[in-house]
Design a protein around this ligand. Structure first.
Ligand SMILES: Nc1ncnc2c1ncn2[C@@H]1O[C@H](COP(=O)(O)OP(=O)(O)OP(=O)(O)O)[C@@H](O)[C@H]1O
Ligand SMILES: [Mg+2]
Length: 246
C-alpha cells in the first residue's frame, strides 16, 4: 500500500441475493485529489461509495483511510473522518441550519459548543449561507439545503468527502450553485470522490475520471484523455449519451 494514499480501496466485492454488484473494485486517492465516478444506472456507483464507509458492508476487499483499515469494529471513528453528501441532503428537519452543522461536531467529536458554533459559522460562510444560520431546512431551496449538508460535512474536518449525485435532485439553476461550491473545494485541495453526471464539473475539477460498468472499473484517466480519446467504446458511448441528455 502506498503510504501517501488518503483512501485506498482494494478489490471490493458486494453481492445482493447472488447478484454481483461490485466485482472487485480498487482505486486510490491521494491528498487533495478529486476523482469523479461515472457510469450507467445500476453499475454500482452508490454501492461502492456506501461500501467505503460501511453504510453497506462489503463481502470482500479492504479499505484504508490514511493507512487505517476501515472495519466494523472502528466504523464510528472512521465515519467521523469521512464526510458523506447524499442526493437528498439528509438534513435534520427539526433542527436549524446552525444546529445541523454543529450537532455532529458536539455529539460525535465532543467539540465544545462555543467552538462548534464558531466552526459552523465559518463553514456556512464558506458555502455562502451565513445569513441562513437560524432558518429551518424547509425554509431553504434545495440548493441551499445541499450547501448546508456540505457545510455539515466540512465542519467535521474530514479526511475525505464522498458525494453521491449531490445535484441530481436539483433544478439547473440550483445545480450551478452547488457545483460552484464543489469546484471551490476541489481547488482548495479537499480530497473528494464524486459520483455525478455534471460533466462540466468533471472536466474542470477532476484529477481523474473513473468509468464503472456492471460492477467493474472499465477505464480511468484524466479528463482530457477520457473526454477526447477514450480507448474504450463503452466509455465513449456513455459520454456521448451524457453529452446529449445531461
Ligand atoms: N439494498 C439493495 N438490495 C438489493 N439490490 C440492491 C441494493 N442496493 C443496490 N442494489 C442493486 O445493485 C445494483 C447497483 O446499484 P447502485 O445503486 O450501486 O447503482 P448506481 O450505479 O448508483 O446507479 P444509479 O446511477 O441509478 O444511482 C443495482 O442492480 C441495484 O438494483
Ligand atoms: Mg446511485
Amino acid at each position: 500500500m502506498a503510504d501517501d494514499l488518503i483512501l485506498d480501496v482494494q478489490d471490493v466485492k458486494k453481492a445482493y441475493d447472488g447478484l454481483e454488484v461490485l466485482k472487485g473494485i480498487g482505486f486510490g486517492l491521494r491528498k487533495g485529489e478529486t476523482k469523479v465516478l461515472i457510469g450507467p444506472s445500476g453499475s454500482g456507483k452508490s454501492t461502492l461509495l456506501r461500501c467505503i464507509n460501511h453504510l453497506t458492508v462489503p463481502d470482500a476487499g479492504r479499505i484504508y483511510l490514511n493507512g487505517d483499515e476501515v472495519l466494523d469494529t472502528n466504523i464510528d471513528a472512521m465515519r467521523a473522518r469521512m464526510g458523506f453528501v447524499f442526493q437528498d441532503f439528509n438534513l435534520f428537519s427539526h433542527l436549524t441550519v446552525l444546529d445541523n452543522v454543529r450537532i455532529c461536531q458536539i455529539k460525535v467529536n465532543g467539540t465544545e459548543k462555543a467552538a462548534a458554533t464558531q466552526r459552523a459559522h465559518r463553514e456556512l460562510e464558506r458555502v455562502g449561507l451565513s445569513d441562513k444560520a437560524d432558518a429551518y431546512p424547509a425554509e431553504l431551496s434545495g440548493g441551499q439545503q445541499q450547501r448546508v449538508s456540505i457545510a455539515r460535512a466540512l465542519a467535521m474536518d474530514p479526511d475525505v468527502l464522498l458525494f453521491d449525485e449531490p445535484t441530481s435532485a436539483l433544478d439547473p439553476e440550483l445545480t450551478g450553485e452547488v457545483v460552484r461550491v464543489m469546484q471551490q473545494l476541489a481547488a482548495e485541495g479537499m480530497t473528494m470522490v464524486v459520483v455525478t453526471h455534471e460533466m462540466s464539473f468533471a472536466r474542470q475539477a477532476a484529477d481523474e475520471i473513473i468509468f464503472m460498468e456492471d460492477g467493474h472499473i472499465i477505464e480511468q484517466g484524466p479528463p482530457e484523455t477520457m473526454f477526447t480519446d477514450s480507448t474504450h467504446e463503452r466509455t465513449r458511448a456513455f459520454l456521448n449519451v451524457i453529452a446529449e441528455h445531461g
